[in-house]
Design a protein around this ligand. Structure first.
Ligand code: SAH
Length: 356
């Protein structure tokens, strides 16, 4: 990248044609890095606006049947106290969220049968009937039939990160499934007309810069509605506990990745994820929002369960109520000069698609 004066409208045409070009951007330093950040912010402003849609997350169960090597709530971690919220508690929380200008509820959990497919369907139906919220699910791999049933219950969106685009690395980290299974699920979601979010972790042990560039290119190729990324953080009670992030010595890489991802996907919703704050307390998510991200996901998991949903250490888990947390989010956005979003915050892709 030569200067930041390049027109951001032409972000699509300027994007490197091949992986080596992406790698070059990911190696930006000094003035070139500042220019990269400025361009990502300009493209975010031009394509997504300044409003920050608030998507409140409820981590409704940490029960999990899978054993992903990096994840703190993996099946084999016997130190975890397992919990599952009941339907009433989830719906009550969802109702409160509306007052806090959170226009989407993101229901996330481990992958287990404790909440059956039908119970989740009924939960979606209740939230869609009793509130004005958009509903996103993030509960892992299911069959096309189950996704279709949830869509018929009113489901708007689904989040399913592919985690890494490298099939061998994926296989090493996930004893319970292949990259192909994951991509098939994403394909099924997309074909059902469910707004589809995916993404990856940055710096998994064994990740090379080639793989990182490929992760970005896969997001561009599959043209997701939303893309969530965040640094890998080693959890001590997992097999990767002793490993460090592949970019431990170059933490700018987490933000370069966000900026390049914005240029690769100008109109995708990109959340500033919690893992950025875990690595850079209080400032990580703000910086992400200034370098390409446009969405914030306040955590509404009840305080008494937060420390039981530790996917990685350093996740903020104070004793504040969800309401106190929600008010801190407003202060944070005000300090950035960015207003909370109004409206459901649906995909810009589907708006474009339905307008044409
Ligand atoms: N069971 C659901 C939700 C997974 S948790 C599913 O499979 O989709 C949400 C995300 O947290 C994961 O997709 C993963 O990218 C991230 N995550 C898990 N462990 C992590 C760690 N140690 N460091 C950083 N991110 C992690």
């Amino acid at each position: 990248m030569k200067t930041d004066s390049a027109s951001f409208q032409s972000a699509d045409s300027l994007f490197p044609k091949d992986r080596s070009g992406v790698i070059e951007w990911l190696q930006s330093r000094g003035d070139a890095l500042e220019a990269l950040y400025r361009r990502a912010d300009a493209v975010r402003h031009a394509r997504m606006g300044d409003e920050i849609p608030l998507r409140g997350i409820i981590e409704f169960s940490n029960a999990c049947a899978n054993d992903c090597l990096y994840c703190g709530i993996r099946r084999s971690n016997s130190k975890v106290r397992r919990y599952t919220l009941d339907e009433k508690e989830i719906v009550d929380l969802a109702r409160q969220m509306e007052a806090w200008q959170q226009t989407t509820v993101v229901l996330q959990s481990g992958e287990a049968e404790t909440y059956g497919d039908q119970a989740i369907g009924e939960l979606i139906r209740r939230i869609k009937t009793e509130t004005h919220l958009a509903v996103t699910l993030s509960v892992g791999n299911r069959s096309r039939e189950v996704y279709a049933y949830w869509r018929d219950c009113g489901l708007d969106r689904f989040l399913l990160r592919f985690e890494t685009s490298d099939p061998a690395l994926y296989a090493r980290l996930h004893p319970d499934g292949s990259l192909k299974d994951r991509l098939d699920c994403l394909q099924a979601l997309r074909s059902l007309g469910i707004q589809t979010g995916s993404g990856f972790m940055i710096g998994l042990p064994g990740e090379t810069i080639e793989i990182l560039a490929q992760n970005i290119l896969l997001c561009r190729e599959l043209d997701f509605d939303m893309i969530g990324i965040g640094p890998f953080i080693a959890h001590p009670d997992t097999p990767l506990g002793g490993e460090s992030n592949a970019y431990a010595n170059d933490p700018d890489m987490f933000f370069r990745t966000m900026a390049v991802l914005r240029l690769a996907n100008p109109q995708a919703h990109l959340p500033a994820t919690t893992a950025y704050d875990a690595l850079f307390p209080n400032s990580g998510r703000n910086l992400a929002l200034q370098r390409g991200a446009n969405v914030f996901m306040p955590n509404n998991t009840p305080a008494r369960y937060r420390k039981d949903y530790l996917l990685y250490p350093g996740k903020p888990c104070d004793d504040e109520t969800s309401e106190q947390r929600a008010s801190h989010v407003f202060l944070r956005l005000r300090s950035l000069g960015r207003p909370p979003g109004v409206g459901p915050g649906h995909s810009h892709r589907s708006q474009t698609a339905s307008a044409t």
